[in-house]
Design a protein around this ligand. Structure first.
Ligand SMILES: [Zn+2]
Ligand SMILES: [Zn+2]
Length: 318
């Protein structure tokens, strides 16, 4: 099968062996895969990953011990826990220290024609949800994690930092919780896409009027300057939700967090079922945010496109 394999320093399209499912696993034919900022970082050495890239996907079950799963359209949670450690036994599988993660850590991913996953990881995709929208499930789920951890109120004044694909999901999910949501970004063309959905936007170059005015800031910039900016934007005793991961370190004095008694919440992956419902009901929209779809054989151009600052989500077909 065709697959985009990363050897730790370079990636190439290879003819890989079709994966064989282990006990409890299913074989999945990939129907569409999404390129994520994490993939772009892995290509630059983040996570020291070695294997087939890709963790955002929609697929069809080809074989399974459970016959009712065969031919079903699915997506899958990206973490494969060990199921034995203390974290797993206490139900906190997401924090299993021995977990593997498809396309990120110790497990082959979805930039391929096929992949395997435990059947427990699967979520059915309703017929009414297109592949083009469903490819956003993992990203939307990451946004859906926030309301579980952060006390958003209707009257909360919320700023979402960043104008990329994660900000697109986060702004819409947060808008279901709070009536006053503003997206602060750089790229005027991308901000226009947010406004097409009725979301207020502001250019970061004009941020001075906004300093200290928000109850909650959500950092989706994916850049080291996101957290210092968030600390400037929230009021004393406000909350910062940190969703950015990036390579490199943050050379910043965190005194504003202490002096202003800010609450800092790290937030990662979230509930797939909630994300699927929000996408299927149209409460979270994806149309303005799918920039382009490439063939897997054209993966280099797809990656190049995903890196461009004016791009949102770029997807690939096997
Ligand atoms: Zn991702
Ligand atoms: Zn475990």
């Amino acid at each position: 099968m065709k697959a985009v394999f990363f050897n730790g320093s370079t990636a190439e399209l290879i003819d890989a062996r079709k994966p064989r499912p282990r006990r409890g696993e299913v074989l999945i034919r990939v129907d569409m895969a999404g390129i994520c900022a994490t993939d772009l970082m892995i290509l630059q050495g983040y996570m020291a990953f070695n294997g087939i890239l890709g963790h955002e996907f929609i697929g069809t079950v080809v074989s399974s011990e459970k016959s009712e799963l065969v031919d079903k359209r699915i997506t899958g949670e990206i973490f494969v826990p060990c199921r034995k450690c203390a974290a797993c036994r206490s139900g906190n599988k997401k924090h299993c220290p021995k977990r593997t993660v498809i396309g990120i850590d110790g497990r082959d991913g979805a930039f391929a024609e096929f992949l395997t996953l435990p059947e427990d990881n699967l979520h059915l995709i309703p017929d009414s949800l297109s592949d083009e929208a469903a490819v956003f499930v993992e990203l939307a789920a990451a946004a859906c994690e926030m309301p579980l951890r952060v006390p958003f109120e209707k009257k909360s004044r919320v700023v979402v930092l960043g104008d990329g694909r994660l900000a697109a999901m986060a702004a819409q999910v947060v808008s279901l919780e709070s009536d006053d949501v503003l997206v602060l970004g750089l790229n005027t063309g991308k901000l226009e896409a947010f406004r097409s959905l009725g979301i207020k936007t502001w250019e970061v170059t004009k941020k001075s009027k906004l300093l200290g005015t928000f109850d909650i800031a959500v950092d989706c910039t994916g850049k080291p300057n996101g957290l210092p900016l968030a600390a400037e934007l929230v009021r004393p005793q406000g909350t910062i939700v940190l969703k950015s991961t990036y390579q490199g370190s943050l050379g910043w004095n965190p005194a504003p967090i202490v002096v202003n008694e800010l609450v800092l919440i790290g937030s990662r992956c979230g509930p797939f079922e909630t994300a699927i419902q929000l996408l299927d009901s149209g409460k979270v929209k994806t149309k303005p945010f799918l920039t382009a779809v490439y063939k897997l054989g054209d993966w280099e151009n797809a990656i190049r496109r995903a890196r461009r600052s004016e791009s949102f989500k770029v997807a690939m077909l096997p």
